[in-house]
Design a binder for this molecule. Structure first.
Ligand code: SF4
Length: 270
């Protein structure tokens, strides 16, 4: 058997998916009722926690403006006040306005038409919008539109770097392409069943988490959700909890687990 450090990156990514899927089952990302809610959440979640996003979303919902028309019609200062809990509220309110203006100008205000656009074309269009970077664009494509594209976030990068699967400073699309190659033939995660390992709290099933999508889009959906759980609960920036992490047994043999300062460190040669 090959030592773990000699595994191909794709094989490691696949093994991570299989191990987490077996241990924890479905994670029910993205928690939302409509595609537009996913888009709003993807924009509001930049540089803040999901808890803050939920507070802003609750404001929008209570004001009955969590839809394309609502954001279009709402005066900017009122929108800023509603999204204030998500931080950078002026910038984010403007980004929501910008997105709706783009949707109106390019697709007549129709999300269905927008999502009928081929993935690479729509991705390129979204990336031209101010404040929409690759992670936000891919979250919109995958979670709101059901397109087959993987979302790379800081957790993904940290976990793969620590498992020597990508190099430090690897580009976003390099990591995305690696995961997509690795998971091409994987099967969607089954629902969590009693008897599977205890797992971190997962989102409740929602209209969007259970929306019809292709098996491959569902695999990308779940891989992202599973990595978020590892990153939030085990693979912390400081003091990773390798000894209790489900991926602990997969650490490359050239890596020791966390030292006293919490940093993963390489074993010295010999
Ligand atoms: S906590 Fe340790 S074992 Fe778990 S993903 Fe991070 S580096 Fe790997």
């Amino acid at each position: 058997m090959k030592p773990r450090s000699a595994r191909k990156p794709e094989a490691t990514a696949r093994a991570i998916y299989r191990k987490l899927a077996r241990a924890w089952g479905r994670q029910h990302w993205w928690p939302a009722e409509t595609p537009f809610e996913v888009i709003v959440g993807a924009i509001l979640t930049q540089n803040t926690s999901w808890t803050n996003v939920e507070r802003a979303m609750a404001n929008l919902r209570a004001a009955a403006v969590l839809n394309v028309e609502g954001i279009r019609e709402l005066p900017l200062p009122k929108l800023e006040a509603l999204v204030r809990p998500s931080g950078y509220f002026r910038q984010k309110a403007q980004r929501l306005k910008n997105f709706v203006a783009f949707l109106d100008a390019r697709y007549g205000g129709s999300l269905e038409q927008m999502f009928a656009t081929p993935t690479e074309q729509l991705r390129a269009e979204l990336l031209t919008q101010n404040g929409i970077g690759p992670e936000t664009a891919d979250s919109i494509l995958l979670y709101a539109g059901g397109h087959e594209i993987f979302v790379v976030d800081a957790y993904t990068r940290r976990i793969l770097e620590r498992h020597l699967t990508v190099s430090a400073g690897a580009k976003y699309d390099e990591i995305r392409n690696l995961i997509e190659r690795a998971l091409q033939r994987e099967q969607p995660v089954e629902s969590h069943r009693p008897g599977l390992q205890a797992r971190p709290h997962a989102h409740e099933a929602s209209a969007m988490s259970t929306a019809q999508r292709s098996p491959l889009a569902q695999v990308y959906n779940e891989m992202h959700g599973l990595l978020v759980q590892v990153g939030k609960h085990y693979c912390l920036k400081q003091q990773p909890k390798c000894e209790i992490c489900p991926l602990g047994s997969m650490l490359p043999i050239s890596i020791e687990q966390s030292d006293a300062s919490g940093k993963i460190r390489k074993r010295s040669p010999g």
